[in-house]
Design a protein around this ligand. Structure first.
Ligand code: AMP
Ligand code: MG
Length: 487
């Protein structure tokens, strides 16, 4: 097997789509972790990747023959204001590979040094955020949520200045593409309709080939992105995930979660939870995520308008109809997911009120999001024999729930509980443990917690003996208010 069967499909696009970046030699590249299973899935030679040459490539320090990295151009709305000049300021696309199923995957380095898009940034990433993205993206994947994956984490041997001096690191991540809403905005804002069409054709071929057969392929593309995002955001909401920085440049048209910065899983349920230090107004708070997703998709629709019809009014009407589908698609996916989490199979008119009642009580009693649903997934709780501490404040709602269950087809409580345990995880990467994991790695070069967290969250629904620490919410002094993206 050739070590790297990389192609560089993006390089076939016009030159204005990307820029070639010079390499930045890393003083002492060192592998922290290689995702062997993912390497194998992609047909990459894991032994080679772990070799000194492979690690030098993963650090962005030296490329083997035939690998010509590039950085892509994009724009984006950041916290609502448009920036026409963003682009991969600290990312290198190494190339793409096709797996045995014929799916195409891009491999990208994040944090390997300056690129023509770096503006005033240093192009670097530091160890903490690299480890966070590794753990959280792999946990999301194990939860069945579309996401970029982590192929490898390496240290560069450089020290990088942030609030303090921190060890430099690079994440190698994998995505079906790194095309963002902001990539479309880049061409739209330049009135580059030809570029827009080329990008749309590329994205359709890569992600939604059926759209090419539709009577209006570009409109079908928009509809597909809307559907994929509606489903994705519903999945986030069902596990208490907060992305943190849903700028349009951090939303992939593939429907994969991308760009893990100050993200977090909620501990106690709080619809207004925000983790990004710079998100003072709570634009990207937990409960705002569906609204913001629709806002971002509206920006995508605006960018695509010139491709829908020559008649602008008609284009606007078509885009509007497509966007109107978002609410129904999101709620459909979200309510179906909540039913599964609560062991319900039938749909009833009062369900929405019933779900709201649960969340209202969870908020009032500061119930832990993950543990609430996991605690419900217990035969003895279903029958009313037992109530765990987690559920203590929820008694009035529990009575309603048991009543609601009597209206369901007769599943034995044990079977219902078992089914619920397949959708209600016990292990999510809790924020305070991520902080502890990062601090052990940065201060003591100790990766035990990192490895343990990866192992547990890889099987999020299977309880393991002796791992209580990982299911416990933080003590008040352990609570993490903010995470920094570390840029
Ligand atoms: P992010 O907030 O990580 O999604 O990044 C937003 C924009 O800033 C993107 O264009 C990034 O490439 C760029 N960026 C973030 N951090 C750095 C950095 N350290 N050096 C250069 N560019 C950066
Ligand atoms: Mg980004």
């Amino acid at each position: 097997m050739a070590p790297l069967p990389f192609r560089q499909s993006y390089a076939a696009l016009p030159e204005r789509f990307y820029a070639n970046a010079p390499l930045s030699p890393a003083p002492a590249p060192k592998l922290i972790r290689l995702n062997y299973a993912l390497a194998e899935q992609l047909g990459l030679d894991a032994e080679w990747l772990a070799s000194p040459q492979g690690v030098a490539m993963l650090a962005g320090s030296a490329m083997p023959e035939g690998v010509d990295p590039l950085s892509t151009a994009y724009a984006g709305h950041q916290f609502g204001s448009f920036n026409p000049h963003l682009g991969d300021g600290r990312a290198l696309l190494l190339g793409d590979v096709q797996d045995a199923q014929g799916h195409v995957w891009e491999v990208q380095l994040k944090g390997s040094g300056p690129t023509p898009f770096s503006r005033r940034g240093d192009g670097r990433a530091v160890l903490g955020p690299v480890l966070r993205e590794y753990v959280v993206s792999e946990a999301m994947h194990a939860l069945g949520i579309p996401t970029t994956r982590a192929l490898a984490a390496v240290k560069t041997g450089m020290t990088v200045l942030r609030e303090t001096m921190l060890p430099g690191a690079v994440l190698a991540r994998v995505a079906s593409s790194h095309i963002r809403v902001g990539t479309f905005q880049y061409f739209a804002s330049r009135q580059d309709v030809a570029g827009l069409r080329i990008l749309a054709d590329f994205a359709i071929a890569r992600h939604y080939p059926q759209a090419a057969q539709a009577p209006m392929p570009y409109l079908a593309f928009l509809q597909q992105v809307i559907a994929a995002q509606a489903k994705l955001i519903a999945q986030w909401m069902l596990v208490g995930f907060i992305h943190g920085v849903m700028n349009t440049d951090n939303m992939a048209v593939s429907g994969e979660t991308i760009d893990y910065g100050p993200c977090a899983f909620m501990d106690q349920y709080d619809p207004n939870a925000v983790f990004s230090f710079i998100d003072e107004r709570g634009r990207y708070a937990f409960t705002n995520q569906p609204t913001i997703a629709l806002w971002n998709l509206t920006r995508l629709a605006e960018a695509l308008l010139p491709l829908f019809s020559e008649d602008e009014e008609e284009s606007v009407a078509l885009a509007g109809q497509a966007l109107e589908q978002f609410g129904g698609l999101f709620h459909g996916a979200y309510f179906a997911g909540l039913r599964a989490k609560l062991g319900l199979k039938t749909q009833q008119a009062e369900d929405e009120t019933f779900f709201h009642a649960l969340f209202a009580q969870m908020q009032e009693h500061q119930a832990d999001f993950t543990n609430t649903f996991r605690s419900l997934s217990d035969e003895r709780v279903i029958t009313g024999e037992y109530v765990s501490d987690t559920l203590n404040g929820l008694q009035p709602w529990l009575i309603q729930w048991r009543q609601r269950l009597t209206q369901e087809a007769e599943d034995a409580p044990a079977i219902r509980a078992e089914n619920m345990r397949h959708v209600n995880p016990c292990y999510i990467p809790r924020n305070h443990l991520i902080e502890a994991m990062i601090s052990a790695a940065v201060n003591n070069d100790d990766y035990t917690l990192f490895e343990e967290m990866l192992r547990l969250t890889a099987s999020p629904y299977t309880k393991q003996a002796g791992m209580m620490r990982y299911t416990q919410p933080p003590q008040p002094e352990e609570r993490v208010r903010y995470t920094f993206c570390g840029t």
